[in-house]
Design a protein around this ligand. Structure first.
Ligand code: B12
Length: 163
């Protein structure tokens, strides 16, 4: 089954029009997925005004999203948690994947801090991993063959192991 992916870049600024350090890592993730032929949509919350939950919900509905990808550094945990909480509350069946320093720094602690709402965490560099992961999700393959991920429970996509 072909999935629709939404990549969400969290807010790094408090006021619209402020400058910020553009996080290139998440852009690499977008690029490799597009190059591999996956249906990828993106929203950078630093360039969209409005309440995070409303913006994210509108994007999910507009593109009929199956998998949300987001990420950042550990200091962005609160912003990421807000995104994750809003999605999990409104869309219980959407798969949520988080990557970047927030996961890489301490994968198990981070997954627990997200209180079971994140399905899969990508540890370290994500370019190869994310393509393998998307391929596995769309083909209903087991996740335990994919290196560099941590996942919520054994029921996710019939994989074994995880947190
Ligand atoms: C360059 C750099 C900076 C630059 C940022 C330049 C920029 N525009 O991005 C500057 C100097 C501004 C900077 C500042 C800070 N930095 Co800095 N920085 C780095 C450094 C050296 C390289 C980061 C980088 O660009 N890597 C290349 C890109 C392509 O890789 P990446 O961002 O890691 O993304 C990959 C993966 O993380 C993953 N990934 C990322 N996002 C996502 C999303 C999804 C969905 C998926 C699946 C995967 C994924 O896949 C990506 C591609 O492989 C790292 C150390 C390191 N060697 O990694 C520290 C590092 C990222 N920085 C760190 C910190 C703490 C900071 C500051 C908070 C410091 C401070 N107290 O101010 C600030 C935050 C600034 C900000 N607002 O973002 C820590 C983060 C630790 C953590 N657990 O989060 C690191 C790891 C250093 C360290 N070991 O402590 N930093």
């Amino acid at each position: 089954m072909k999935y629709n992916y939404l990549i969400i870049m969290p807010r790094l600024i408090n006021n619209f029009n402020e400058g910020y350090n553009f996080p290139i890592g998440i852009c690499y993730i977008s690029a490799v997925l597009k190059q591999a032929g996956f249906n990828v949509f993106t929203v950078n919350l630093n360039h969209v005004e409005g309440e995070v939950g409303d913006v994210v919900e509108a994007e999910i509905l507009k593109h009929d999203i199956d998998v949300v990808l987001t990420g950042g550094l550990s200091f962005q945990f609160i912003s990421l948690q807000e995104i994750v909480d809003k999605i999990r509350f409104k869309f219980p069946n959407i798969k949520i994947v988080v990557g970047g320093g927030v996961i890489t720094g301490c994968p198990e602690v981070a997954m627990q801090a997200f209180e079971g709402k994140v399905d899969i965490g990508v540890i370290g560099e994500g370019e190869v991993t994310i393509v393998e992961l998307a391929t596995a999700l769309e083909n209903n393959k087991r996740l335990n063959m994919i290196k560099g991920i941590i996942y919520r429970n054994p029921e996710v996509n019939n994989g074994g192991g995880g947190v």
